[in-house]
Design a protein around this ligand. Structure first.
Ligand SMILES: [Zn+2]
Length: 316
């Protein structure tokens, strides 16, 4: 059996394709633009060509399967993308079958956060942990639930949408149409929006230097760490709602670990300290004593390695 799998990370602006070994190492990768205005068939075709190019460049490492990570929902038995707000042209498109047919390899598709959880389980900071919650803090908030040694996908494969847990009834509006979702408080998008509103009101803060285009999670964390009171406020407010969301998950699932990934996790121990602080407040004591909150380790390779992890887990 071949010891490599292909990981395909289907993003809004680019498709990243990588050849991944059984330890999670990306041997080789390429990137192709998703391109606006392209048809589903054209995008499917360029993914096939991309995988073929990668295979031709690496004849010594044949792949046994491919996995696809989708920023949305898929229907597991048919491999059809059922919901993908960033690339709506792909909705209803049987991406898995299309690529499977062209490549002659088993191909699987799932939500990208679910795949990132699989990646952390096989290759990263959740190795050997049978019960954990993976949270990705980025432009949105996603999650993957690992229960009794496998990913929990729910009745229709919609499980793990933790970012749309209500943390403030009738609170801030969310992209999903609801009010008060966790994502509307603690995502990068939410933090940047909050910082902008505070600056626009005329408050003094070093964050002004970055206004409007260079405001991002990293500068907010950096300035907060250096003592800017407003930056500290924005960051801690987001951390507080992370605490609410994570505590609800811990109270419900009693996981051994909570793994934090996504762009915000680059803030490292500064983020982790604040999340631990707030999560502890809202968690029942026994579950709090049993859980470890830690950072994901796959970082930027989570998309490709996670998609490959799906393929590894489905073919072992
Ligand atoms: Zn929502």
């Amino acid at each position: 059996v071949a010891e490599h799998c292909i990981g395909i990370d289907l993003g809004g602006t680019a498709v990243k394709i990588g050849l991944v070994d059984s330890k999670g190492k990306i041997r080789d990768s390429i990137q192709i633009p998703t391109g606006s205005g392209r048809t589903a068939e054209a995008i499917g075709e360029s993914i096939v060509l991309g995988v073929e190019r990668l295979a031709k460049k690496n004849p010594k490492y044949p792949a046994r399967a491919a996995g696809i990570g989708v920023p949305g929902f898929t229907e597991p038995s048919t491999g059809t993308i059922t919901f993908i707000p960033n690339i709506p042209v792909l909705e209803g498109y049987p991406v898995t079958r299309r690529i499977e047919k062209a490549l002659g390899l088993p191909v699987f598709a799932d939500n990208d956060a679910n795949n990132a959880a699989r990646g952390e389980f096989l290759f990263g900071s959740a190795k050997g942990i049978r019960n954990f919650v993976f949270i990705t803090l980025g432009t949105g908030i996603g999650g993957g639930l690992f229960l009794n040694g496998d990913l929990y996908d729910g009745y229709k494969n919609y499980a793990g949408e933790v970012g749309h847990m209500t943390v403030v009834p009738e609170g801030r509006v969310c992209g999903c149409g609801n009010y008060g979702c966790w994502e509307a408080y603690s995502s990068v998008t939410a933090m940047v929006k909050r910082a902008k509103a505070i600056i626009e009101k005329g408050n003094q803060t070093r964050l002004k230097k970055y206004y409007p285009d260079r405001l991002e999670a990293k500068v907010i964390a950096d300035e907060a760490r250096k003592g800017d009171f407003i930056a500290e406020h924005v960051f801690s407010e987001a951390a507080k709602y992370n605490g609410v969301g994570i505590a609800n998950l811990i109270n419900t699932l009693n996981p051994e670990a909570v793994i934090i990934g996504g762009g915000v996790s680059n803030a490292g121990s500064y983020l982790l300290d604040r999340i631990r602080h707030f999560t502890q407040i809202y968690t029942v004591r026994k579950s709090w004593e049993a859980v470890d909150i830690r950072l994901a380790t796959l970082g930027n390779s989570a998309g490709i390695a996670g998609s490959a992890a799906l393929a590894f887990m489905k073919t072992r």
